[in-house]
Write a protein that binds this ligand. Structure first.
Ligand code: GLA
Length: 432
């Protein structure tokens, strides 16, 4: 083969490998069945909560009617246990005929008719984690075509029952197959979670090219302990994980469990704030039909969502960890567009509200600016904050204080310059 042909052949392979679907420039938002509804297939005794088209129609209706869609929660995602136990005679995946009598295409059509998108679940391997038909290497193209034909908008590809080698072949192969369908289908890869989540086993450069998001770590459970375990793992490995996230390709610390049974209101506010600082996908896994008012307020906080969806798409970091802070307050920081930042003060205490005193200089903010901070939960504003000045936040046990912080004036610039640059977009306090 001539060199030019070889090089262009290589370029072709590289292009074909890229997902390049232009999707998820901001972290995706929506609803995902797994954590709350698991593999409950018993529709006889539990018709409202089993994995069936009724459950998804109910959630589509809630997302469309209760103000979620307008805030960006647009994906309604099916997880495991939707399939019939066997493929049909042509080898095609089919939904369980009793639980999904209208079929997946009808569900996708309904989601679209209500302004939403439908996500589905598959598994790179012999079986899904719950034992339903998997997508073996020889089925990748067929399954991608099936999902596209049904009008599905997102695929979560799990990794149970496959070897490392099958995963290494299968995940890029599915990216190519999804591309080849011509339908924009967002691609969520569980691959790194099956490889320990860290290099050298995990190649995040490759993942960022082929997947829109990826699960790095174990499954979230309905408990505060599980939330902290995930936050600690992401923070301990932030030097690796923080740089690989960006528009179109996100780390996924797993679902929001707000609204379920394991978190107090304080802890729910903490999960929302921490996921936002991590630039995480916001997939709620809760029963939207019975959600309490306080959970709804947390999940529908507009300033929080604006920060989560910030166009810079930078993931934040833990900048002060508990081992270094006698107060047992941790600090997280996410840089945002227009020189703004999100700051989260998290209490790891178990005693009482703690008065935490610090200054922006101690948190490495430039001394040459004056800042304004808006409390993301209370809406309260602190103005005229100089970097060297001490301030105090009161943080409840296992709770957070979260600030949206932005400079209002630069001290080392001539007054004229400041006058000519009135507070622009992003410098305005956000009206709650
Ligand atoms: C794995 C995944 C979960 C969920 C289950 C379904 O454990 O990590 O998110 O999809 O499988 O069986």
């Amino acid at each position: 083969m001539k060199l030019a042909a070889f090089v262009s052949g290589l370029a072709l392979v590289a292009c074909a490998l890229d997902l390049e679907n232009g999707l998820m420039k901001a972290p995706p938002m929506g609803w995902l069945a797994w954590e709350r509804f698991r593999c409950n297939t018993d529709c006889k005794t539990d018709p409202d909560n089993c994995i069936s088209e009724k459950l998804f129609v109910d959630m589509i209706d809630r997302l469309a009617d209760d103000g979620w869609k307008e805030l960006g929660y647009v994906y309604v995602n099916i997880d495991d246990c939707w399939m019939a136990k066997k493929r049909d005679t042509s080898g095609k995946l089919i939904p369980d005929p009793e639980r999904f009598p209208s079929g997946i295409k009808a569900l996708a059509d309904y989601a679209h008719s209500r302004g939403l998108k439908l996500g589905i679940y598959g598994d790179m391997g012999n079986y899904t984690c719950c034992g339903y038909p998997g997508t073996t290497l020889d089925r990748v193209e067929q399954d991608a075509l099936t999902f596209a034909e049904w009008g599905v908008d997102m695929l979560k590809l799990d990794g149970c029952y496959s070897s490392e080698d099958e995963q290494a072949q299968g995940y890029p192969k599915m990216a190519m197959a999804l591309n080849a369908t011509g339908r924009p289908i967002a691609y969520s890869c569980s691959w790194p979670a099956y490889q320990g989540g860290l290099p050298p086993k995990v190649n995040y450069t490759l993942l960022a090219n082929i997947c829109n998001l990826w699960r790095n770590y174990g499954d979230i459970q309905d408990s505060w302990r599980s939330v902290l375990d995930i936050v600690d793992w992401f923070s301990a490995n932030q030097d690796v994980l923080q740089p690989v996230a960006g528009p179109g390709h996100w780390n996924d610390p797993d679902m929001l469990i707000i609204g379920n049974f394991g978190l107090s209101d304080e802890q729910s506010r903490s999960q929302m704030a921490l996921w936002t600082v991590l630039a995480a996908p916001l997939f709620m896994s809760t029963d939207l039909r019975t959600l309490s008012r306080s959970s709804r307020e947390i999940l529908q906080n507009r300033l929080m969502i604006k920060i989560n969806q910030d166009p810079l798409g930078l993931q934040g970091r833990r900048v002060l960890r508990v081992q270094k802070s006698k107060s047992h307050i941790e600090v997280f920081l996410r840089p945002l567009s227009h020189s703004a930042s999100a700051l989260v003060f998290l209490s790891r205490r178990t005693d009482m509200p703690y008065r935490y005193t610090t200054s922006l200089s101690k948190l490495n903010f430039s001394a040459s600016a004056v800042y304004e901070a808006q409390d993301v939960y209370s809406g309260g504003i602190i103005s005229g904050l100089k970097a060297g000045e001490n301030f105090t936040v009161i943080v409840n046990p296992s709770g957070v204080v979260m600030w949206y912080l932005y400079p209002t004036m630069y001290l080392d610039q001539p007054l004229d310059f400041v006058r000519q640059h009135p507070r622009g977009r992003g410098f305005h306090p956000f009206t709650l």
